[in-house]
Design a protein around this ligand. Structure first.
Ligand SMILES: Nc1nc2c(ncn2[C@@H]2O[C@@H]3COP(=O)(O)O[C@H]4[C@@H](O)[C@H](n5cnc6c(=O)[nH]c(N)nc65)O[C@@H]4COP(=O)(O)O[C@H]3[C@H]2O)c(=O)[nH]1
Length: 948
């Protein structure tokens, strides 16, 4: 190594090796670049580049050697053999060509190593050849070790260089490779030069044709220039190659981009086109072509596709946009290939280019469905707004997460607020709700939000702006829940139900109160009684009910008229209410019946005392108009729990006590006693029996003769009903007629009697009249005359043979109607008799109002003739009345001959009584009438016998 160091520093001038290295590096770099080019090309072009590379490498190696040799000064004169020197250049180029050719074909490690070895050896051969051409005055002595080291180093670095090239073909790899190769060439040169020593030999003479150093320098310069030219060529070629590659990549990218763009625009739901200013589309996507037809489309075509209504305005708007180079937007109808117009949204955007031209990118999106849906939405929105405005409901839609709500204006109007005056929020609802309704409403709401009910429905009060409470029905529903099932959206309506509630309240009040007196009615009274009895049973204590009935109400009502009757009832109601402490209830049960619930009585006597107080209050005179009316009352008392613990029993027992009180006279108080129940039970039994009797054949008629004693003639019979009871025997009418009156059974019973009597009379051999009693209840039937006529027709009895007996009460109950019915009966030819004259009201007015055919003097007067002088006076007066009014008079209950004589003396023509005959079954009448036929005017013995 020392030798090499000496060679480098002492035998070479300082500039030689750096210059040689520079030239070497340039040529190696150029060669490797040209190799790249050769690799990139093919065929002859590749071979050309390869030759260039080989030349560059070989010439570089050669130049390196000889530039170094120019600086080599072994201390002797040096010249060069031109032929050998040129041959060494050829060796360098050929070995480089061989190595690079191998390298071009094989890029792997093996190829790199083989090419490196080839190149290293080539450099060594070139060096050796070159040294052969060096002429010095002596001979060269070679150090074999250094020579071998030179070859090995050169080969190794050449291999390293080409391997580096094959591993990394970047710019840096190229520099590394060129550097390694340069170093290898230089190292081989230096070591090889160190291996050689000049042994001076005076015999050795420099040849005359030797190349002087200046010629060599010129040769080297030429070769170097050639290398530099190659280098420049390589650089230009490399640049071109790079540019080519970039251009090719750009073209590929451009094509790919265009394909992508086309695919993209084809995939779009819109039509897309690009047109320059002249409007002729240079690009159109598939959708556009499908709409307008394949091929390009002119602007005129596109404008023609507009709906006629929109064509002109759209064209004008487009021209404006085009002039101002701004985006054109329109929603318009375009005619599709089928000829139908569909809504499209058109947007045309200007894209200005650097050359001042503008390209227009247009898109058209089919929004027909959207426009139609929007239109439908608008219409339905308008309808909804109309409905909301016209409807009576207030609507809201609440977001439960925030409490914020949407509300219809109507809702605020219902509450008296202007829309927006209060926040549309759930807390507003909570603030306005009535405190009494809040708990119930919130509980209902919580249940609904939890999913327990399908619908939220609640009637509650809300405070209006004026402070009044209005009733509202809220109906709502959860319409949205989150993933955990929590309610998120709640929609509903408020319906103003104040009017309904008020009406309901009124109806409820009316249903529970008496319209005339405004006292609780029977239903409410029973309800309160039931509640109080429940408490009594549960908690102990005692209560009482007082049933009250006015004593002379009927007289006032009939005598003074219904208005007076109503005023009386109202006055009684006021007095009852005034007498009651809070908690007690006075009720009107109907007619003149009242009841009082005394909620707490310590002792039955307390109830009795209370009843007496009420009696006194009711008994005070009542001022009606200009009249002072006095009515008394009867009161029946029942006390709970002693007399019963259920309202049914208690009311029934108080009623029984009242019944008793009334029976005992006016202004009487009676408390219930157990014996009253037995009487009621008896009455019930009798009623049931009577019903059965009506259905069966237990009722029969007996007939009592009516006679004219003066001429001894039989003039007719009074039909009197009898009940042949299976166990009680023959029951007299007084025992069941009042019951029949009370229960209404008198109607079928009366009809039975009338039919039976007419049928019987029609069978009689003599045209005698038959008298039938008609009860007041029967007179309440407006169609009584028609019913009577039907029976007469059915039984074929002449109307003038029927005499109807009525008591005065029939007329007094409802005079106008009674008189109308009587007149119609009379018009049929039926005779009317006033029964029991003298016992009732017996007003002259009644007799004058209706022309009766007969007056029947009650038997109570007849029976007292001879006992009470007043009786004779009354009978006389009645007979006088009959005469003056020209009405016949018949005396009932004539039992004695004395009575008969008195009556006859006083001018009574007709008589009826046991003296002439008792009521007889129909079968016995024939005998009476048979005896009548030969009658001469006196009451026959036969009749008497029959009567007995
Ligand atoms: N002590 C005595 N009594 C005599 C004498 N002559 C007749 N009587 C009885 O006096 C009653 C006369 O009938 P009235 O005044 O219409 O009174 C009748 C009548 O108001 C009613 N009544 C009877 N049958 C009917 C009927 O078919 N319909 C209706 N609505 N009432 C009837 O029952 C009442 C009682 O009828 P009766 O018990 O049949 O009693 C009959 C008769 O039996 C006599 O000389 N001495």
């Amino acid at each position: 190594m020392y030798r090499a160091f000496v060679c480098l520093t002492a035998e070479h001038t300082a500039w030689a090796l750096p210059l040689a290295m520079l030239v070497c590096w340039l040529s190696c770099h150029t060669a490797l670049r040209l190799l790249e080019q050769a690799r990139a090309e093919s065929g002859g072009r590749s071979a050309g580049w390869l030759v260039g590379a080989a030349f560059s490498a070989g010439a570089g190696i050669w130049s390196t050697h000889f530039i170094a040799m120019l600086g080599y000064d072994p201390g002797l004169g040096v010249s060069y053999d031109p032929a050998i020197t040129l041959a060494s250049l050829a060796v360098g180029v050929i070995s480089a060509l061989a190595a690079l050719t191998l390298l071009r074909g094989a890029r792997g490690t093996g190829g790199g190593v083989a090419a490196g070895l080839l190149l290293g050896l080539g450099i060594a051969v070139m060096h050796a050849t070159g040294m052969q051409g060096v002429r010095v005055p002596g001979t060269f002595a070679w150090d074999p070790v250094l020579a071998a080291a030179a070859v090995a180093t050169g080969c190794a670095l050449a291999c390293g260089s080409l391997l580096a090239l094959s591993r990394a073909e970047t710019g840096r790899g190229l520099i590394l490779s060129a550097t390694l190769l340069s170093v290898g060439i230089a190292a081989l040169h230096v070591l090889a030069m160190a291996a050689v020593r000049v042994v001076p030999d005076p015999r050795a003479d420099l040849a005359a044709d030797s190349l002087p150093r200046a010629a060599l320098a010129a040769g080297i310069a030429a070769v170097t220039l050639a290398v530099l030219a190659c280098s420049a060529l390589a650089l230009v070629a490399d640049r071109l190659r790079r540019m080519n590659r970039v251009l090719s990549e750009q073209r590929t990218a451009l094509i790919a981009g265009e394909e992508r763009m086309r695919a993209l625009t084809d995939a779009l739901p819109q039509m897309v086109w690009v047109a320059p200013d002249d409007g002729h589309a240079v690009y159109a996507n598939r959708r556009f072509q499908a709409f307008f037809g394949a091929g390009s489309s002119s602007r005129t075509q596109r404008i023609d596709a507009h709906h006629p209504d929109e064509r002109a305005p759209n064209a004008a708007a487009w021209r404006q946009a085009q002039e101002e180079r701004r985006t054109f937007e329109a929603e318009t109808r375009w005619r599709d290939p089928s000829g139908a117009y569909r809504w499209h949204r058109i947007v045309i955007v200007p894209v200005p280019h650097a050359d001042g031209t503008v390209e227009w990118i247009g898109t058209a999106h089919d929004i027909d469905d959207i426009v139609r849906a929007r239109e439908a939405l608008r219409v339905s929105g308008e309808r909804l707004a109309l409905a909301l405005d016209a409807g009576s409901d207030g609507l809201w839609d609440c977001d439960l997460a925030t409490g914020e709500a949407w509300t219809s204006d109507r809702l605020w109007h219902l509450l008296g607020y202007a829309p927006g005056e209060l926040p549309a929020h759930a807390r507003t609802w909570r603030a306005l709700i009535h405190p009494d309704d809040r708990e119930r409403a919130v509980a209902t709401l919580v249940a609904h939000l939890a999913g327990a009910t399908p619908m939220f429905e609640c009637e509650h009060r809300l405070r209006r702006k004026d402070g009044a409470w209005g009733w509202f029905l809220t109906r709502a529903k959860v319409v949205g829940r989150d993933a955990e099932g929590r309610a998120t959206r709640f929609v509903g309506t408020h319906i103003d139900i104040s009017v309904r509630k008020e009406a309901e309240g009124r109806i409820a009040h009316m249903a529970a109160h008496d319209a005339l007196t405004d006292l609780p009615n029977r239903t409410l009274f029973r309800e309160r009684l039931r509640r109080r009895l429940h408490e009594v049973v549960r908690d102990g204590g005692s209560c009482a009910i007082l049933c009250l009935d006015l004593d002379r109400f009927k007289e006032v009502n009939d005598g003074l008229g219904h208005l007076a009757g109503d005023a009386l009832l109202q006055a009684v109601a006021r007095r009852l209410s005034a007498e009651l402490p809070a908690g007690d209830t006075a009720a009107r049960l109907g007619g003149d019946e009242f009841a009082v619930l005394v909620v707490s009585v310590a002792h039955p006597d307390e109830a009795r005392a209370r009843a007496q107080t009420l009696l006194r209050a009711v008994g005070r005179p009542v001022r009606i108009g200009d009249q002072s009316v006095e009515v008394g009352a009867s009161i029946g008392i029942a006390v709970a729990p002693a007399d019963g613990a259920d309202e049914e029993t208690l009311l029934r027992r108080a009623d029984l006590a009242l019944y008793k009180a009334k029976a005992e006279g006016r202004n009487t108080v009676r408390a219930f006693e157990p014996a009253m129940d037995a009487a009621l039970a008896e009455r019930r039994r009798l009623e049931a029996d009577l019903r059965r009797a009506l259905a069966g054949d237990e009722l029969v008629l007996h007939y009592q003769p009516q006679v004219r004693p003066a001429c001894g003639r039989l003039v007719g019979f009074e039909a009197l009903v009898r009940w042949r009871h299976p166990s009680r025997g023959l029951v007299p009418p007084n025992a069941f007629i009042p019951l029949a009156e009370e229960t209404g059974l008198i109607l079928p019973l009366g009809e039975f009697v009338l039919r039976e009597a007419c049928r019987e009379a029609a069978r009689w051999t003599l045209p005698l009249k038959v008298a039938v009693n008609l009860s007041p209840r029967q007179f309440q039937q407006a169609d009584l005359p028609e019913r009577v006529l039907a029976i007469l027709t059915e039984t074929d009895l002449s109307p003038d043979r029927l005499e109807i007996e009525i008591t005065e009460t029939v007329i007094i109950n409802d005079m106008a109607r009674a008189l109308s019915v009587l007149r119609r009966l009379k018009a049929l030819g039926i005779r009317i008799a006033m029964d029991d004259f003298g016992t009732g009201y017996s007003s002259l007015a009644t007799l004058q109002a209706f022309p009766f055919d007969k007056i029947k003097i009650d038997r109570s007067f007849v029976s007292q003739l001879g006992e009470r002088p007043s009786a004779a006076e009354i009978v006389r007066a009645v007979l006088g009345l009959g005469r003056s009014l020209r009405i016949g008079v018949v005396a009932e209950g004539v039992e004695t001959d004395g009575q008969r004589r008195f009556l006859a003396d006083e001018g009574c023509e007709e008589m009826q009584g046991y003296l002439f005959g008792k009521p007889q079954p129909a079968e016995r009448l024939a005998a009476m009438m048979d005896g009548e036929r030969p009658a001469t005017g006196a009451v026959t013995e036969g009749l008497r016998a029959a009567a007995s």
